[in-house]
Structures are given as C-alpha cells and as structure tokens.
Design a protein around this ligand. Structure first.
Ligand code: G6P
Length: 406
C-alpha cells in the first residue's frame, strides 16, 4: 500500500538513531492511544463505523457541488482530485473569490446537481454566503429537481436546513473539522461522486493497525512525527511535501491545514509547504539544496502510475533511449533524493503502490495519526484553532459596517 523510507533523514548526520530512541515517544504513543480509546478524540472510531446505507439516496446526479471551508472540504478535494484528476462533474466552492465562485456557477445546471452545504459550526461566513448565492439561483428555478444536503452540527446553517426540511447529516463532536474526512463530511460527497468509500475506509483501517504498533520503526506515523519533531528542534521547521504525483497537489492543501492548524500553537509550529516534482526541480530545488537549511523534504512517488507507456527518444548525444515514460519521473525523484542527501538536506520518502481509494485512505489516516502523536510530543492541544476566531469577529463587523441595501 504505502512504503515509508526514513533512512536518509538519519544519513545527513544531524540526528542519529539514538536521538530517535531517546525521544520520549512512548508517552506520546500511550497518551494518544488513551485519547482515542476513551473517545476524547474520535478520528479513529469513525473509520470503523461504516454505514453506507445512509448515503443510498445521494447518487444519480450529474453534478456534485460541495460548499465548505477548511476541514469541511479539503479532505474531499484531496481524495477526489487524487483518484479522479481529470473527471468533470465535481464543483468545489471553497472560497469567497467572486471570480472563482461566479464563473463556476455560470455554467452549472443546478437542476442536475446535488449540493452539499458542509460546516461543522454552521456559522462559517464563506459557506453561508456561498449557500445564499446558490439559494438565490434555485429560487428562480420552477420545480427545482436538484437536491440540497446539509452536513452540520449547529449554527445558522442548521437552522436554515431545519426551516427548509433539507436532509441533515451530523459530524461526531469529538472529530475536529480537519480530521473529519472519514465522516459524512468526506464520505457523503465522495459517495455521490461514485468513489468507493468502503475502500477508503479499508485503507484507513489497515493503516490504523500499522500505526498502533508501539515499535517506532514499524510505525510510520510515530517515526515520521518524531523525525520532524527532532528536526524542528534543530531549526528545520519547514516541512515540504514534494510529490512526484501531480494529482496529489490537493493532498497538499489538506496537509497544510492539518499541520498548520494542529501544531501552530503557543509559539510552536512547523510550516507545511507543497512542491510538485519534477516541476519544482526547475524552480525551488536550488533553494532546497543551497539555500537556508531549514527544511525537511517528504518525497511522494507512485510505484505504478495509472497512465504510462513505452517511449523511445534520443538523448543529448543522439543515442537512443527506450524506457517507460514513468521511468523518467522516477529517475528524477531518485536523483533529487540523492542530491538532497549529498547536500545535507534531511528527507524521507513515501512510495504509494498506486493512487487509489485504499492508498488515499491510508495516506490521510497516517498523517492524522502523525499529527496526533506530534501534539503529544509538543504537549499542545492539536484539536482546536482558537487563533482564527479574532479575524472572524473583525470581519463580521467590517461587513456589517459596509452593508448595502439591494
Ligand atoms: O466546518 P466549519 O465549522 O465551517 O469550519 C471550517 C473551517 O473553518 C474554521 O475557521 C477553522 O479554521 C477550520 O478548522 C475549519 O475546518
């Protein structure tokens, strides 16, 4: 499914095997296990609560529209765009940028759409406004044939759903937004998009078994967490995901929220960045190799690419080379890995057998567990995000002070 290769992180010389062994990771391990077992944090129990029947009525629409912000949409986008990078029919309304949202709505036939309004709090400004943009359009349609589904636990949006008798799915309270992809937040829209959600959960469950291993060298989530924690303590506090599978770029968006919002607390925090290989070899690699030594690189590569073919081409000396197209990008990833290691830049690699529902379930779950462990290592609350609330208060005041009559 996924192979985690960490040896290069110890090869560059700043942290050694004994440094990993000296970290008090047993405490971090047992603290997280305790939180998961007693239900303080619920992102594990949900992967064992598969109930596909409750989504039965959510298929059969030409278009699937998802309105949501942050944890209410990033996981769905990460999985769907990884599994079906070139498909149409999915419309993700995940910002308040008029140019993006209104151009997306322009050619969207709402009559042939299932529309998800997803917000755990039910009060998120962008989700609210984007819902009203769609509501305004639906009110102009005679005999609307589409479907509106709310996934929310409260707030203005829950009241709106109840007032209009729209179906409502709830989110377990002990599952923070950015850990909610394996709840209805992700599973319902993915089901509507024809994705095999059982396979996603199967992948997450298999990874859960691996991440319960208390031998750190058999537990990629714990080990990767400890390696990033140790390097952060050495001032290497930028975590770059360098994916050589371009369809994983939306995974990067999910990763940024998970790491940023979970660990950015009390003056701590790793800065998550996304790079795409081989493209960024021609933009950021110079910085990664010869710039500030403040980064840990995580390579992502596929063992099997879903599209591939044999190619014959002439090299710069006019000699013919015959190989598989994917051999090119695999060689580029390997060469970059060797060059980074030669130049003392710590790196790890995750090799994905093939991008599919199962491996995406496993990959996202591995990182949920890693962040759970890291929250314990930093001794912080990895499950809230109090610092984002001030902006919201200021923003509502600004909007109210600038409101117009229409
Ligand atoms: O699901 P919602 O309540 O709408 O929240 C959506 C997102 O917005 C909040 O501001 C937080 O930053 C995120 O953690 C959350 O995932």
């Amino acid at each position: 499914m996924l192979n985690y290769y960490y040896e290069n992180a110890l090869k560059v010389g700043e942290i050694k095997l004994k440094d990993v062994e000296n970290v008090n990771f047993t405490n971090a391990y047992s603290n997280l296990m305790e939180k998961l077992e007693n239900g303080d944090v619920g992102f594990r129990e949900v992967i064992y609560e598969e109930d596909i029947e409750k989504y039965e009525s959510l298929r059969g629409f030409k278009n699937v529209v998802v309105i949501g912000m942050g944890g209410s949409i990033l996981g769905t986008v990460a999985i769907y765009r990884a599994i079906s990078p070139f498909e149409n029919g999915a419309y993700f309304i995940d910002n308040s940028d008029p140019e993006k949202t209104l151009s997306l709505l322009k050619n969207l036939d709402l009559n042939e759409s299932i529309i998800y309004v997803i917000s755990k709090s039910g009060n998120t400004l962008e989700t609210l406004v984007n819902y009203y943009l769609i509501k305004k359009r639906i009110e102009k349609i005679n005999n609307f044939k589409g479907k509106i589904v709310f996934i929310t636990n409260g707030g203005k949006l829950k009241r709106e759903a109840e007032k209009n008798n729209y179906p409502i799915y709830s989110i377990p309270e002990n599952v923070p937004g950015r850990f909610s992809v394996f709840t209805s937040v992700g599973l319902a829209p993915l089901y509507s998009l024809g994705v095999n959600i059982s396979e996603i959960l199967e992948g997450a469950r298999e990874m859960d078994k691996t991440c319960q291993n208390d031998d750190i060298f058999e537990n990629p989530a714990l080990l990767n967490g400890v390696i990033h924690y140790l390097y952060d303590n050495l001032g290497k506090d930028i975590s770059v995901i360098m994916s050589y599978v371009e369809s994983l770029k939306y995974f990067g968006g999910w990763y940024k929220q998970l790491i940023g919002e979970s660990l950015g607390k009390n003056g701590y925090g790793i800065t998550p960045l996304l790079s795409i290989g081989a493209k960024d070899q021609h933009s950021l690699l110079q910085l990664y190799i010869d710039g500030k030594k403040d980064k840990v690189i995580t390579f992502m590569i596929a063992e099997k690419y879903r599209l591939d073919e044999n190619i014959a081409f002439e090299d710069v000396n006019d000699e013919e080379i015959v190989c598989k197209y994917s051999d090119i990008i695999k060689s580029q990833q390997k060469a970059t890995e060797i060059s980074l290691t030669n130049n003392g830049v710590p790196n790890v690699r995750i090799t994905i057998d093939e991008v599919n529902e199962k491996t995406m379930g496993a990959l996202l779950y591995m990182y949920e567990m890693q962040v759970g462990f890291m929250g314990e290592l930093y001794n912080i609350n990895a499950y809230n995000q109090p610092a984002v609330e001030e902006e919201k208060r200021i923003c509502w005041d600004l909007i109210k002070s600038s409101k117009k009559q229409i």
